[in-house]
Design a protein around this ligand. Sequence first.
Ligand SMILES: *Cc1c(COP(=O)(O)O)cnc(C)c1O
Length: 341
Amino acid sequence: MEKKNLDWANIGFGYRKTDKRYVANFKDGKWDNGALIDDDMITMSECACVLQYAQTCFEGLKAYTTEDGKIVCFRPDLNAQRMSDTCKRLEMPQLSVEQFVEGVKAVVKANEAYVPPFGSGATLYIRPYMFGINPVIGVKPATEYQFRIFSTPVGPYFKGDAKPITIKVSDFDRAAPHGTGHVKAGLNYAMSLHAIVTAHAEGYDENLYLDPATRTKVEETGGANFIFITKDNKVVTPKSDSILPSITRRSLMTVAKDYLGLEVEQREVYLDELKDFAECCLCGTAAVVTPVGKIVDHGKDICFPSGMEKMGPITKKLYDTLTGIQMCKIEAPEGWICEIK
Ligand SMILES: *Cc1c(COP(=O)(O)O)cnc(C)c1O
């Protein structure tokens, strides 16, 4: 298999069309078997439910080339399960875990030429998504849906060579209590766009969203969960019903406990205790593990002792161990690595 001649090291986090994508259709109460197709365009009614009422959800995962040339992906069954949970909340039909994972494998195999080589720093980002496609004008769920998976080679989400980023405490809220913050609905991102454009215009890399009910507790950013390290090396992550259950974060908590022997804790984290932590990072498929150097709360700087030049020592250990597992350099817990080729 001849790899595409791309500048893998400088590829950036953007969309680049690849050769094949997976499509399955839901009609008359059931999913068809799905197939790989060439056409990257979608034709639908002007009144499709997704266009009028944003009935759409998505997932994101990556495929990696290992040192010995295998292609693997990381815990795709958890993405499948999470998409099912999202579909339930959005009145969309669930797809079986098996069909989801088979679709992911088929897309990666068919686009093998775009899977970045080992050591390039790039990966193949895989985007499964589903949307209501038939015309709907009264507010109700669609009856016909399309599930698709495309893939695109990507570099790091935050540029700057793993340099710590600066985050702003947002004046906007991300997810209401009892709302949709815990599921991967497109609508959660639509409402975050104004907030991220505002933060970027002010010179920040990301937003920290607070819990909307009291605005005293840390939730997450627009697309990644938080992890904090205490001065005595305890790994703490915020607990809330409106945080998206990041697979990266859940994996890192296991890594911290079982691989690094650290104490881990999921609990409510208050804004006014951030100044006491030693390190902070963001985690997610796109962010991987991104160190946070500074959080700015309305003119007040909260600077972590790890500084603005490099990852804190525990963050670095988390990053090295997780990426080592993903690239098959470190033995993974049972079931974490899905071998594709
Ligand atoms: C997707 C997402 C994450 C990260 O989840 P992973 O499973 O680790 O990729 C975190 N927060 C939000 C809001 C997300 O949409």
